[in-house]
Design a protein around this ligand. Structure first.
Ligand SMILES: [Mg+2]
Length: 172
């Protein structure tokens, strides 16, 4: 049987987004509300949980791959410690531009995950806080959830808009 997944954007969904900047170290990583509880619930419901994130700060030389890996390692261990769950995978694109075709809104990272975990995209969701995330999900054939925020308007073509991350549970 194919699996089903929830793909999460990172900045602005899992942790506070730094406008016009990058989360370069664990000190700058601040969880948003409901992440651990929501992750636990979706895992209990049999979904694979995968972060799909553009991290251009690495490509720009503002931080290193090691910095990025360190942030993700600490994020995972804190989730494990407090909630007993982790993301199943974290797929990042550190390109500065779209030349390689991997950066969202390209569906490339979602399709990499689809192949790796044999995911039925029609049963899966992409959750994001920008139009680019929603477009990536649409391009990959997932349902899409836009997390309402003060910086970006809801794209008209998202499947749903949600005011908080945990609201996704209602739609699963
Ligand atoms: Mg974001």
């Amino acid at each position: 049987m194919k699996s089903k997944a929830i793909f999460f954007d990172r900045d602005g969904v899992i942790n506070e987004r730094i406008l016009e900047g990058y989360v370069r170290s664990w000190d700058e990583f601040h969880f948003l509300p409901d992440v651990g509880e929501t992750l636990k619930e979706i895992k209990d419901r049999g979904y694979i949980a995968i972060i799909i994130t553009n991290q251009r700060g690495v490509g720009l030389g503002l931080m290193t791959e090691i910095d990025l890996a360190d942030i993700h390692k600490k994020m995972q261990s804190q989730l494990q410690e407090k909630y007993g769950v982790q993301f199943d995978d974290i797929i990042s694109c550190t390109d500065t531009g779209n030349e390689s075709g991997r950066r969202k809104p390209s569906p490339a990272m979602l399709l990499e995950a689809q192949t790796k975990y044999d995911i039925d995209m029609g049963l899966s969701w992409m959750i994001g806080d920008t139009a680019s995330d929603i477009q990536a999900g649409k391009n990959a054939g997932t349902k899409t959830a836009f997390l309402l925020n003060e910086h970006d308007s809801p794209p008209p073509d998202a499947t749903i808009s949600i005011a908080s991350l945990k609201e996704i549970i209602v739609y699963l």
